[in-house]
Design a protein around this ligand. Structure first.
Ligand code: ADP
Length: 449
């Protein structure tokens, strides 16, 4: 009870740590995504501000180039001077339009509008001066230039443009700082995520180790219990056996017929009890790695015949059709006779137990080079496919069998497999529910045991 309690406590801690890990990674993921998207949008607004600033400075350049080319034309009357003026006056309205569009909705919209107004006024002045020149010749042109209106507008334009550029520069710097800030934050959160994940994963690993250790301790305690209990049970059961045999032999006086029949029943119950105790002892030994073989030469068919002989009565009681298919030659082999007897008699006993009246049992023995194959097939109740993988495990019985009245411990096949493996052999099963089962044991005849 104590160990079970500790296990569930550890289970809860593993669950809590896994939950913490899940919440932690979710939280840090959200944080990283938020930080990175804030960084991306700060970067995008930085790009937009830079773009706006470039447009403002381009506009100033265009306007200066328009004015100087126009003034050059008025002074020289050389048409070639006018080309940059024409280009600039054509380009500037489009530039103003896109500048306004880019500034809409930003804190720089009013600055952009002011710049547009002053630019348009300057363009108007340039057009008027050119008009005066065209109408009144060079003197009229120079007089128009000399009014100072052009210089004033140009100064005004430069001032507005510089103010706007400076404000955009400040904004740009702020976005640069924000981008750096978010990048640092993402780096720190990333680092914390890695550290936190490592700590939690190590925690989960340690807790699992702890839980596994508790499980192993529980297993060891179970093994020790099985071993101790079966040892303790064997002595009184053996005592009862000798008393019963003395009773049956008439050592305490002759028995009536009824007494003989009662003693006979007690003898067979005692035999069953001793067989189960023997099985438990062998399982305890197998678990502790202490099940060792005592090998010797034997003839397999003689061994099988003696099992069949021992179960003859039981076969007859169920009216089973039993067949042994044997090779022509005797099969000499090197094996532990007692253990092989136990394994094979369990297979044959199972075939009998799990086959209803009038069914069929076939034991076939064949040799394949250095191996011998023993097949025990029946037409009995069969085994569910999902349970096939587990029936060789300790204490495993099919659900259908557990619900019924057929006696058993679920240890026979476990031992049979261990015995086959100790002989460097294998044991397998194919079965279909309701259609019977086929157990196949393959053993090397003379392996290095
Ligand atoms: P048990 O003492 O219960 O017979 P075993 O280890 O010998 O224990 O067998 C394990 C389980 O495998 C049985 O309980 C039964 O459900 C199933 N089984 C074994 N042999 C047969 C068979 N020939 N036909 C159907 N089921 C079988």
């Amino acid at each position: 009870v104590k160990i079970t309690g500790r296990r569930s406590y550890v289970d809860r801690r593993i669950f809590a740590t896994l939950l913490a890990l899940a919440i932690f990674s979710l939280a840090t993921t959200i944080l990283i995504v938020a930080t990175i998207s804030a960084m991306v949008s700060a970067r995008q607004s930085g790009v937009a501000l830079n773009n706006l600033r470039n447009q403002v400075s381009l506009l100033s350049t265009e306007l200066v180039s328009a004015e100087s080319s126009q003034r050059g034309y008025i002074l020289t009357s050389n048409q070639a001077y006018l080309a940059p003026y024409d280009d600039a006056t054509k380009a500037i309205p489009a530039q103003l339009h896109s500048l306004n569009l880019a500034a809409t909705g930003t804190p720089y919209a009013s600055g952009a509008q002011e710049l547009q107004k002053i630019t348009e006024a300057k363009l108007g002045e340039l057009a008027a001066t050119l008009g005066a020149y065209t109408a009144g010749g060079i003197d009229a042109g120079i007089a128009a230039v000399n009014t100072d209106q052009g210089a004033t507008l140009m100064t005004e334009h430069r001032r507005t443009s510089m103010t706007l550029e400076a404000r955009l520069g400040t904004g740009l710097e702020a976005t640069r700082i924000a981008v750096n800030h978010y990048a640092n934050l993402a780096r720190i959160v990333g680092l914390l995520t890695v550290l936190g994940t490592i700590i939690l994963v190590v925690g989960v690993y340690l807790l699992f180790e702890h839980a596994l250790e508790a499980e192993r301790a529980l297993d060891r305690a179970k093994d020790e219990f099985v071993s101790l209990a079966s040892h303790q049970l064997r002595t009184p059961a053996t005592g009862i056996k000798s008393i019963l045999s003395m009773l049956a032999a008439g050592d305490f006086g002759a028995l009536t017929e009824t007494q003989q029949s009662v003693v006979g029943k007690a003898v067979s119950s005692n035999e069953r009890e001793l067989a189960i105790i023997e099985e438990l002892l062998n399982v305890a030994k197998a678990d502790a790695g202490r099940l060792v073989l005592k090998v010797g030469n034997l003839e397999l068919m003689t061994l099988i015949d003696s099992i069949m002989g021992e179960q003859h009565e039981a076969f007859r009681a169920k009216d089973l059709k039993v067949k042994v298919k044997r090779p022509a030659e005797p099969i000499e082999m090197l094996a532990d006779e007692e253990k092989l007897y136990m394994a094979l008699s369990n297979l044959i006993d199972n075939a009998r137990k799990y086959t209803p009246q009038q069914g069929k049992i076939t034991v076939s023995v064949t040799t394949h080079r250095a191996n011998v194959m023993i097949e025990v097939a029946d037409t009995g109740i069969g085994i569910e496919e999902a349970e096939l993988a587990h029936i060789f495990d300790r204490f495993q019985r099919a659900r259908m069998v557990l619900a019924g009245t057929i006696e058993g411990t679920g240890l026979g096949l476990y031992l049979a497999r261990r015995i086959a493996e100790l002989h460097h052999g294998t044991i397998d099963v194919t079965s279909k529910r309701g259609h019977g089962s086929r157990f196949i044991m393959i053993l090397p005849r003379h392996s290095q045991l």
